[in-house]
Design a protein around this ligand. Structure first.
Ligand code: TXA
Ligand code: MG
Length: 334
């Protein structure tokens, strides 16, 4: 593996490598992605192999211009067009009807394709320079926490990719929002970096399924396994505001556990209960964006330091908070 910086010359190498069928890790505004030419089935097969990802879990195709949507989608439903014009480039992925010539391995044989136009200038430039469109899942081993720095990728997948482009920490820090645009009413498949409130402002009604009874029965989005994004540490999830209450509440005694809470106010309260070896606020000021951008880096760091036990509180369920709560739930011990 070769680590590249994000100078123009490096991005050119990265783009050409993708065009030549190599695996290139690229920074996006959400998380780092493991990219390959979407129209090269052998390269895409190596993406699945590198991640040890099951073949029934389809990939997102990344484009660098609105005009490239029709390279992969056979049509653009009216509401999808509205969203594309209002919110792309950005952390939103839309499920659209697939063009026949998109290789089946990209979409796991589905007749739909996930499309995303990322905002990150480095991602856009690399896709542009590749001259193709780029299939890219998050650049983590299947089931593990997504990477938000080049270092996270180097540690976990470094020996299985050709290049990693270092674009610094990902500013959003949680994966894109996935929205199925193929039915009558658009359906939220994964809460993520684009807040549901913003999407509703543009297209009105969005169907939000209640969290699927874990892994039982067929899944609307194949990748939505309930156990995912999981650190090695055992993570126990608690309701917002429930840690450190003392008698009757959750004050976990004894073990050297770390607590993760939303903001400094909650942290002070939980610290006073004295049950944890360390209490970490996702954001000092209660800023949801800051909280989202820190979450995965924090879980990586706790794993690195050998933390065995984490007690995390949910955050308020609004804006990016939905994505944070979803990832905490999937990371949790069930
Ligand atoms: O922010 C992101 O979306 C990042 C960056 C790299 O762009 N990518 C990412 O990809 O998170 P991945 O593969 O880790 O997650 C893609 C999700 C999976 O849950 C997958 O099942 C779902 O999108 N998906 C892909 N194609 C689909 C399709 N045709 N129908 C339904 N769900 C689909
Ligand atoms: Mg992923």
């Amino acid at each position: 593996m070769l680590m590249l910086d994000s100078t123009e010359a490096s991005l050119r190498i990265a783009g050409e490598a993708i065009a030549a069928g190599r695996l290139v890790v690229i920074p996006t505004e959400t998380v780092y992605g493991l990219g390959a030419d979407a129209f090269n089935p052998e390269a895409v097969a190596r993406v699945f192999e590198a991640k040890a990802r099951p073949s029934f879990d389809p990939l997102i195709v990344h484009v660098a211009a609105l005009g490239d949507i029709d390279r992969v989608a056979s049509s653009l439903p009216a509401k999808a067009r509205l969203l594309a014009e209002a919110l792309w480039p950005g952390p939103l992925t839309m499920i659209l009807p697939k063009r026949e010539d998109v290789p089946g391995i990209v979409t796991s044989g589905l007749d739909t394709v996930a499309v995303r136009f990322p905002l990150h200038p480095v991602a856009r430039k690399i896709i542009e320079l590749s001259g193709t469109v780029v299939a890219a899942p998050s650049a983590n081993p299947f089931g593990y926490i997504s990477p938000t720095t080049a270092g996270h990728v180097a540690r976990t997948l470094g020996d299985r990719v050709d290049f990693i482009v270092d674009g610094g920490p990902c500013p959003v820090g949680v994966e894109s929002t996935v929205l199925d645009m193929c039915g009558d009413i658009p359906t939220l498949l994964r809460p993520g970096g684009m807040p549901l409130e913003r999407i509703r402002e543009v297209i009105g009604e969005v169907c939000v399924p209640v969290r699927h009874a874990a892994a039982a029965g067929p899944q609307a989005s194949p990748g939505q396994l309930s156990s995912h994004y999981a650190p090695h540490a055992r993570l126990v999830l608690h309701e917002f505001g429930s840690l450190g209450r003392g008698p009757g509440g959750f004050s976990i005694p004894g073990e050297a556990a770390v607590a993760i809470v939303f903001d400094a106010e909650r942290a002070g309260f939980v610290e006073a209960a004295g049950a944890f070896s360390r209490v970490i606020a996702l954001s000092t000021s209660g800023d949801m964006r800051e909280a989202a951008s820190r979450l995965f880096a924090l879980l990586h760091e706790l794993d690195q330091s050998g933390t065995a036990s984490i007690h995390a509180e949910r955050v308020p369920d609004e804006g990016l908070g939905r994505a944070i709560n979803d990832r905490l739930y999937r990371a949790s011990w069930k």
